[in-house]
Design a protein around this ligand. Structure first.
Ligand SMILES: Cc1ncc(COP(=O)(O)O)c(C=O)c1O
Length: 365
């Protein structure tokens, strides 16, 4: 049995007719940038997360970058985030000229430890970027409260968590701005790069939209320095089809995640912990094991693909050497990155495939 890590092929085959028709429609219309598909997607995404605005853009990274630009974050400012995330989260802070300030993570959720944030706040701090890692939100109430007390913005990096809920509220609509990614392997993925920014703030929404289109409010009148951050109509057309099925897929992801958790309970791995009040979209189903690399070999030998999200904490990346952090500065992040590994997860994972993964893990002593 060959198990895909994320089964995009079955998903495409299931919705092929609809997707092909929509893509061909865009080709025939020759409206490739923005247009009706993009407007429809924005309307439906805003409804999905119950926010006033959704502004789609070229990637999750650009969604974060545009957000920081719209908040006027610049050289001399500091932005607090987690070292246990994909590089984009901190990359964008550096790209606007600001300084990423890392705060260690919570050992249960792998998200930023909200109890450590206040200690990292200085007179230069302008924002906090919590990441809803693997599809579970951070302690957003606590983070928003800290931000309010210190006059900071909160930008949720929801690149892995669209469709997750936190105390009944939708991820990406839990703070000033929420950002998500439509990278193909995400719970809602397009067939290239794509992303979206969500906000309820009228002024910020207008600015975000303007910045994502070269800072232009009218053609050839540029109010801000912006970027070419628009989403292609073909990607919007694909996402419009996938939007019809995403709630069902998220429900199935939750069921598969719960089944993994239940059946791995009496194994020697540490399954993900989803806190009360949270639902996860399991963008990744990530477990921990002290002999992670040996377990990966065993699974790979049985034809089971795995991945590591993420093997190196950001403060230990060469690109961030200039920040002056050293090994040991974020012990929880360092420990988790040495033990974490992700298992196959998609709404199309069959029971037989999942059983093979679970049984192979249980055979590993
Ligand atoms: C936590 C996190 N932030 C940011 C991104 C960047 O998204 P994209 O790949 O769409 O630029 C990703 C996606 O890979 C992510 O997982």
């Amino acid at each position: 049995m060959k198990i895909p890590f994320i089964d995009l092929k079955t998903q495409y085959k299931t919705h092929k007719d609809e997707i092909d028709t929509e893509v061909l429609g865009v080709l025939e219309s020759t409206q490739f940038i923005l247009g009706p598909q993009v407007s429809k997607l924005e309307k439906d995404l805003a409804t999905f997360v119950e926010s006033k605005y959704a502004i789609v853009c070229s990637s999750g990274t650009d969604a974060l970058l545009i957000s920081l630009m719209a908040l006027d974050i610049k050289a001399g400012d500091e932005v607090i985030t987690t070292p246990f995330t994909f590089i984009s989260t901190a990359e964008v802070i550096a790209l606007v000229g600001a300084t990423p300030i890392f705060v260690d993570i919570d050992e249960e959720t792998y998200n930023i430890d909200a109890n450590l944030i206040e200690k990292a706040i200085t007179s230069k701090t302008k924002a906090i970027i919590p990441v809803s890692l693997y599809g579970q939100c951070s302690d957003m109430d606590k983070i928003n409260k800290i931000a309010k007390k210190h006059g900071l913005h909160v930008v949720e990096d929801g690149c892995q968590s669209l469709g997750a809920t936190y105390n009944g509220k939708e991820s990406c609509n839990l703070s000033d701005i929420g950002c998500t990614s439509f990278f193909p392997s995400k719970p809602l993925g397009c067939y290239g790069d794509g992303g979206a920014v969500f906000t309820n703030d009228d002024i910020l929404a207008k600015k975000i939209r303007t910045i994502s289109n070269h800072g232009q409010e009218e053609r050839y009148k540029h109010k801000y320095i912006g970027i070419n951050g628009r989403l292609d109509a073909i990607q919007a057309a694909i996402l419009n089809v996938k939007m019809k099925y995403v709630r069902d897929e998220i429900r199935i992801r939750g069921e598969i995640g719960a089944r993994y958790n239940q059946l791995l309970q009496d194994s020697n791995v540490i399954p993900p912990k989803i806190l009360e009040g949270n639902t996860s979209v399991f963008a990744q189903y990530s477990i921990r094991h002290e002999k992670r690399d040996d377990l990966i070999s065993k699974l790979n030998q049985a034809g089971i693909p795995t991945a590591i999200h993420y093997p190196i904490s950001l403060h230990q990346q060469e690109a961030f050497e200039y920040l002056g952090y050293k090994d040991g500065d974020f012990p929880v992040s360092e420990k988790i990155s040495s033990q974490i590994m992700s298992l196959p997860m998609s709404p199309y994972l069959t029971k037989e495939q999942q059983d093979l993964v679970i049984n192979t893990i249980k055979e590993f002593s």
